[in-house]
Design a protein around this ligand. Structure first.
Ligand code: 5GP
Ligand code: MN
Length: 480
């Protein structure tokens, strides 16, 4: 948009009103998706890649892994460009409280159809391959934080999630039918958004880390099946339908979510409510066959949370009361992932650390919350090659939020501001002040975790501190 003088103007709430004497001029910058999709740069890139591939093939005899990987990146990038789904992320037509942006842009003809079709394809593939035997190597790898999520596509991740539920004997212990589990997992997949960080891959990583921690700490012999089930399912559901803007934004922008939940953990309450909504569908309700014993166990100590959860439970009031109570316990773990409650939960855990007792239900409850929290922010406990792309995704989402905040004249969180943070500065602070204090506390209870989660995080701190120092040195030498 230009003013009368021909200068580009920033669209913000502070913009002066349009008038006959002083009017704004709009100019179409892009209108045809096809031109974007068929950009010559992409064609050129593809052409060069083919050329390089045939050259390498001649010299080496076969396509090296790195080439195949690069090729699949280009392919997936091309697919993304060709689909209109990515436009939802830049705020053109996504119905997530950004409707004022949507009003000005015609909706693409059938955006839903392609998303639906893609999901159905994933569902078909998932069901087709779900009966295949997952190799012992993969099953073992799945139990460690070194697992590389980037190598798996969505249908395969759904199979791996099924493996986690079956390996922990949840199907027999909680009387879950395989078909119901599959429907549930697929619905969970459908309720994650196509955004840079808080997407289905993140949900998978958090659940896989939880699964790994359960095995590494031998929790199978320390907690009951129901508790383990609640922990894994909380991890799975903990960011359902995340819109890509955090709680601070929800509150400052007075979104529907903030209004609905009175500014109290709006996102986490929403994730819970979506989880409850999925479980309310009979064909997805993995809790429907719980025995009364299991119900009684889950019931313990959770009544006090009822009022907090009452809003989200309204939608599932038709469920039996014992199912409702299991859901509450699940919700309690999801709510614990709100980082605003980080210190409160960590301090509680610290205070019981020295006298921790696995038979004490209050102690167990705090531990369960800590485990969900650790899994939630555990990317840096993974090998650098797995962790680093996650940081890029996170910063992409952060920057998008802060750009929107600037546009709307809302307060901007400094740690999300592209003008203020860099990869190393973001990580050194996060590791020093959040990860290390939290992870070392859990490691005190389970010393075996030292090598699995604490050491990789210390290495990451070293890596990013070096990077930070190098960029400071460079700045110093380039300054006049
Ligand atoms: P989540 O939103 O995933 O439920 O909660 C975790 C929050 O912790 C993220 O939104 C993000 O603010 C923060 N976080 C998680 N991992 C990292 C990380 O590797 N670096 C930084 N700087 N923040 C992180
Ligand atoms: Mn998360």
């Amino acid at each position: 948009m230009y003013n009368r003088e021909g200068t580009v103007v920033k669209i913000s709430p502070r913009l002066e009103a349009n008038s006959k004497e002083s009017y704004y001029r709009l100019e179409v910058v892009a209108s045809d998706l096809q031109t974007v999709a068929k950009s010559s740069e992409l064609d050129n890139m593809e052409h060069r890649l083919h050329h390089l591939e045939s050259k390498v093939n001649q010299d080496v005899g076969k396509t090296p892994d790195i080439m195949s990987e690069l090729k699949s990146h280009v392919e997936s990038f091309k697919r993304k460009l060709e689909s209109v789904e990515h436009l939802s992320w830049i705020g053109l037509f996504k119905d997530d409280g950004e409707q004022h942006l949507a009003k000005f842009t015609p909706k693409p003809k059938t955006p839903q159809l392609s998303v639906q079709e893609e999901r159905q394809q994933v569902r078909r593939k998932f069901l087709n391959i779900s009966s295949l035997q997952v190799t012992e190597d993969v099953r073992e790898l799945l139990k460690t934080p070194t697992f590389d999520n980037w190598q798996w596509e969505e249908a395969e991740m759904l199979v791996l999630l099924q493996v986690m539920y079956t390996s922990l004997d949840f199907l027999s212990a909680l009387n879950i039918e395989l078909e119901v589990l599959q429907n549930f997992l697929f619905e969970v997949y459908c309720h994650y958004n196509n955004i840079p960080f808080h997407n289905f891959q993140h949900c998978f990583c958090v659940t896989q880390m939880m699964y790994g921690l359960i095995w590494l700490t031998d929790l199978r012999n320390k907690l009951g099946r129901t508790d383990l089930f609640i922990m894994l399912t909380s991890a799975l559901c903990h960011d359902l339908d995340h819109p890509g803007y955090n709680n601070v934004y929800q509150i400052n922008a007075q979104t529907d979510l903030a209004l609905r939940y009175n500014d109290i953990s709006p996102l986490e309450n929403h994730h819970c409510a979506i989880a409850f909504g999925i479980l309310a569908k009979p064909e997805c309700n993995i809790l429907k066959n719980l025995s009364s014993e299991q119900y009684k166990h889950i019931r313990g100590g959770m009544i006090k949370y009822f009022s907090v959860f009452s809003i989200c439970c309204v939608s599932v009031l038709h469920l039996l009361s014992h199912e409702l109570l299991s859901l509450l316990s699940l919700g309690r773990c999801i709510l614990a992932t709100d980082m605003a409650r980080h210190n409160e939960i960590l301090n509680k855990f610290k205070s019981i650390q020295s006298v921790f007792d696995f038979t004490n239900k209050d102690h167990k409850e705090v531990l369960m919350k800590i485990m969900v929290k650790v899994s939630d922010i555990s990317n840096e406990a993974r090998p650098m090659a797995v962790a680093e792309p996650w940081l890029d995704c996170l910063l992409q989402e952060f920057f998008h939020q802060s750009d929107t905040e600037k546009q709307k004249g809302l307060p901007v969180s400094p740690f999300m501001d592209r003008d203020k943070v860099s990869k190393p500065s973001s990580q050194t602070n996060f590791i020093r002040f959040v990860l290390l204090p939290l992870f070392s506390e859990l490691t005190k209870l389970f010393p075996c975790l030292e090598q699995h989660i604490l050491e990789p995080v210390r290495r990451a701190l070293e890596y990013y501190s070096d990077m930070e120092k190098a960029s400071k040195d460079e700045e110093a030498t380039t300054k006049p």
